[in-house]
Design a binder for this molecule. Structure first.
Ligand SMILES: Cc1cc2nc3c(=O)[nH]c(=O)nc-3n(C[C@H](O)[C@H](O)[C@H](O)COP(=O)(O)OP(=O)(O)OC[C@H]3O[C@@H](n4cnc5c(N)ncnc54)[C@H](O)[C@@H]3O)c2cc1C
Ligand code: FES
Length: 265
């Protein structure tokens, strides 16, 4: 059993859980994720380890459906029956030079540990955060502490620049000599960023394909990268953005949308 030590609303429909998990916290590296089950009848869902403390991990969750909805109702002191991880490969962390990190929506959480680690490696960090409105933004305070430059974009202009992150990214790529781009967000956003950076700078994306086992056995998370089948859980979740077939990812991510799930409880 894994105890919830803290729960906090971060933004519209988005909340943070601090979960006691010493062994996972010991080993977790930026870019890795866990798979959890709330109870023995629960579905398994993957969530990125967005931060960690000595004996606990921080999860940031956007309530989009059944299990994230159930998680949103849990309180401090409640428990999760299963937590496996850290899963997936950790991010490549090196001294690249100038790194632009582009995050949209919930992508703000998984990009944070990567940005922090790259700053510790002495990179110049330019961070672009995008959200629907100011009410959907979170962790600006954490990014201010590590970013050399922080650009905020909201779709309605309620904070920062009005518009999508792609507009801000186009301005940055014109002005700065970038050595690496890392982008996490909805597939459509990652596809657009990859399009802009193609033939200009190596770009890494973290893919949120639907996962079941998280250990490369079930095939649920398969994605096409460079014309080959890869499993996001064991070969990724990070891949070279210029080799990812985003349309295939987007199509596969909607494959259960029309199915009415028959829940067992
Ligand atoms: C490696 C990885 C890391 C992730 N990290 C986080 C995280 O840190 N925080 C977070 O909130 N979410 C994260 N996700 C997405 C999260 O796993 C899904 O939102 C969750 O599984 C949805 O479960 P549900 O039962 O609430 O939704 P469901 O009721 O199953 O579905 C609701 C809607 O969500 C869509 N959906 C289901 N699974 C996914 C998915 N994997 N990606 C995108 N859309 C999906 C469905 O198509 C449907 O439209 C991550 C996904 C992956 C693969
Ligand atoms: S989640 Fe089963 S193979 Fe990746």
């Amino acid at each position: 059993m894994f105890k919830i030590l803290q729960k906090k609303k971060l933004a519209e429909n988005t909340f943070m859980l601090e979960v006691s998990a010493r062994k996972i916290a010991d080993k977790a590296k930026p870019g890795q994720f866990i798979i959890l089950r709330i109870d023995e009848k629960g579905e398994r869902i993957p969530l990125t380890i967005a931060d960690k403390k000595k004996n606990s991990i921080i999860l940031v969750i956007l309530n989009v459906g059944h299990t994230t909805g159930r998680l949103s109702k849990l309180k401090k002191g409640d428990t999760l029956s299963d937590l496996i991880g850290p899963l997936g490969n950790s991010s490549e962390l090196d001294k690249f030079g100038t790194v632009c990190l582009v995050a949209g929506g919930l992508g703000i959480a998984p990009i944070y540990p990567i940005a922090k680690a790259l700053k510790e490696k002495d990179n110049k960090i330019i961070v672009i955060l995008g959200a629907k409105t100011r009410k959907h933004l979170f962790w600006e305070d954490k990014f201010i502490k590590i970013a050399n430059k922080l650009i905020i974009c909201t779709e309605d202009g309620s904070k920062g620049t009005k518009g999508f992150v792609t507009k801000a990214f186009e301005a940055v790529i014109r002005k700065e000599k970038l050595n690496r781009v890392i982008c996490i967000g909805p597939p459509v956003m990652m596809k657009a960023v990859a399009h802009i950076s193609k033939q200009r700078v190596k770009t890494i994306v973290s893919l949120n394909s639907i996962m079941v086992d998280g250990i490369g056995m079930c095939g649920s998370c398969r994605v096409k990268v460079d014309g080959k089948i890869k499993f996001a859980c064991v070969d990724g979740p990070e891949f070279d953005a210029h080799k990812v077939e985003f349309d295939n990812l987007m199509q596969r991510n909607t494959r259960y949308d029309k199915i009415k799930h028959k829940r067992c409880y």
